[in-house]
Design a protein around this ligand. Structure first.
Ligand code: HEM
Length: 507
């Protein structure tokens, strides 16, 4: 007996808006009891700028969550508390190791209710933090979107979040569509499966176009230096000033130190849904061989093995993460296409989806290069200048250095040994990780031509970026006679600088 195909309503997923809530995010909490929270967040940028946010939050009473009724209210409370928490932690000259009870107590309760971690996740800053400008127009259109809350008040920050919101909305119809495809594959209805795959491929192309609009209103330097630091987490942040993470205080002023990854689009359930439904597998970074024993058929496909990608599921709203595991148990499209290799239309439609998803990842790699790798390289170059050694570095924005030999792979393994999970993703080269995820996307291709096309070796000449200069020889950096590996702060993870990084045009 095959497991039932998941029903969207059981997971709070909208057939039209996907992982965005069906009820629009509230612009404020209706109960005036929460006016103090609303007032702080309405003035968040000014309070951060004047460095008065911490003082205000220190004097804030602990409000009860008893007045929160509908889920939309709980979600609004989560957004407010996450913005206040990250503003408090990162909005000073040095990060705060403690989160006062006025934030931590309600944040822990709201997080438990919504099944999300008590930290600014993708749900807090994107999924539950937008409004349409015109109610009668769709939210899959960037020209009809506004954010509710930002740390900086900048257009760049709003645009960064809104590109993701528009992608979630534009990609949403793919979810019911591909559940229909799964049901059709069970019925051996190849024309329906092919039709769904065609529509899927076209939508993926739309998503790449949306992603490509990021640069229109989000400046890479503003992103890197002003926005990203507020999204930082508390895990692997020793060098940023949080060796133990953050103390979530209880009423007595004691509490527990907690460590969480920062907010990242890697926490988008939509992109993971695409991988799952197409049968794409992500292996730990560096693991080259495609693995797919014949025995693994419908409903028994192996779980994704990439630990970072799996870890990101813990940062998704609980019902969305459960949906992904349940879809995993019924994902049959790859097997169905493989069993129908003689059906040209079906195979071409399936390959088109892989190709479009690969193109999306390609575009993403170019963005990460432009928004993370190049600015971090500039920070690094400046930090080597003589005057920089005299200057105080804002640790939240600086690239970190760690002695070589202390690199950890994506599974948190030091030197390949299990059980030494100290640095999380630190030690995994960022672009290598993203490129491997991209290349794995093309692996299931059926048609010989598509396979060849998608496994083309990337261009190797001309790797120096015209403006940013040549990449350094290797990731190692000689400091005081000792070789160091340079860490690049990503969003959710900390990564090393890839030696083959060569600018934005080489992928
Ligand atoms: C300025 C824009 C962006 C930057 C700088 C950026 C950066 C990153 C970084 C550094 C990672 C590695 C994991 C981490 O440290 O968090 C990552 C992973 C990822 N990002 Fe982005 N990202 C951006 C926009 C987006 C958008 C709009 C999406 C799509 C919704 C997206 C989807 C993903 C996914 C799915 C991963 C996991 C790796 C994969 O599946 O290929 N990113 N991103």
């Amino acid at each position: 007996m095959l497991p039932p195909i998941p029903v969207l309503a059981d997971y709070g997923i909208s057939p039209t808006h996907g992982f965005l809530p069906d009820v629009l995010p509230l612009t404020r909490l209706p109960d005036p009891y929460y006016n103090k929270w609303e007032a702080i967040v309405a003035n968040l940028q000014a309070l951060i700028l004047s460095k008065r946010l911490r003082g205000v939050i220190d004097r804030l009473p602990v409000l009860s969550t008893i007045g929160l009724e509908h889920d939309a209210e709980w979600r609004r409370a989560y957004v407010l508390l996450c913005f206040m928490a990250h503003g408090y932690i990162w909005g000073g000259d040095s990060p705060s190791e403690r989160l006062p009870a006025s934030i931590s107590i309600p944040l822990l309760q709201v997080s438990e209710h919504l099944e999300v971690p008590p930290v600014a996740t993708y749900a807090a800053v994107c999924l539950w933090n937008f409004k349409p400008l015109f109610m009668d127009e769709d939210v899959d259109n960037l020209e009809n979107l506004a954010t509710l809350t930002t740390f900086t008040g900048s257009l760049d920050e709003s645009w960064f979040y809104l590109v993701s919101v528009a992608m979630e909305a534009r990609g949403a119809p793919i979810i019911p569509l591909m559940l229909t495809a799964i049901a059709a594959a069970r019925e051996d209805d190849a024309p329906t499966v092919a039709r769904c795959l065609h529509a899927f491929a076209e939508r993926l192309d739309d998503l790449t176009a949306l992603l490509g609009r990021l640069h229109e209103s989000c400046d890479p330097h503003i992103f890197y230096h002003r926005i990203r630091p507020f999204l930082a987490g508390s895990k692997n942040m020793a060098e940023a000033g949080l060796p133990n993470g953050v103390l979530y205080e209880d009423e007595s002023g004691n509490g527990t130190f907690r460590q969480y990854a920062g907010g990242s689009n890697a926490q988008s359930s939509l992109i993971q849904f695409f991988d799952i439904v197409l049968g794409i597998e992500h292996r730990p970074t560096g693991d080259k061989g495609p693995s797919r024993p014949e025995a693994e058929r419908e409903g028994r496909g192996p779980a994704p093995k990439h630990n970072f990608i799996m870890e990101m599921r813990r940062y998704m709203p609980g019902p969305h993460a459960r949906f992904l595991s349940d879809v995993q148990a019924v994902a049959n499209i790859r097997d169905y296409v493989e069993l129908n290799r003689d059906n040209r239309e079906l195979c071409v439609a399936y390959d088109a989806c892989l190709s479009m998803l690969r193109a999306l990842r390609d575009k993403h790699i170019a963005i990460v290069t432009r928004y993370i790798v190049l600015p971090s390289r500039e920070v690094r170059a400046r930090s080597r200048s003589p005057e920089a050694t005299r200057r105080k570095v804002n640790l939240a924005t600086a690239s970190r250095r760690q002695p070589q030999g202390m690199a950890f792979d994506a599974d948190g393994d030091a030197g390949g040994k299990k059980g030494a999970n100290l640095k999380g993703t630190g030690g995994t080269a960022l672009i290598s990780f993203l490129k491997q995820a991209r290349d794995e996307t093309g692996e299931p291709a059926i048609e010989e031509w598509t396979k060849r096309f998608m496994s083309r070796a990337p261009r190797t000449e001309g790797q120096g970026d015209f403006f940013a200069g040549k990449a350094d020889e290797g990731a190692g950096l000689q400091v005081q006679g000792q070789t160091e590996e340079v860490s690049v702060p990503g969003l959710a993870g900390t990564w090393t600088m890839d030696d083959e990084v060569g600018g934005i045009c080489n992928y």
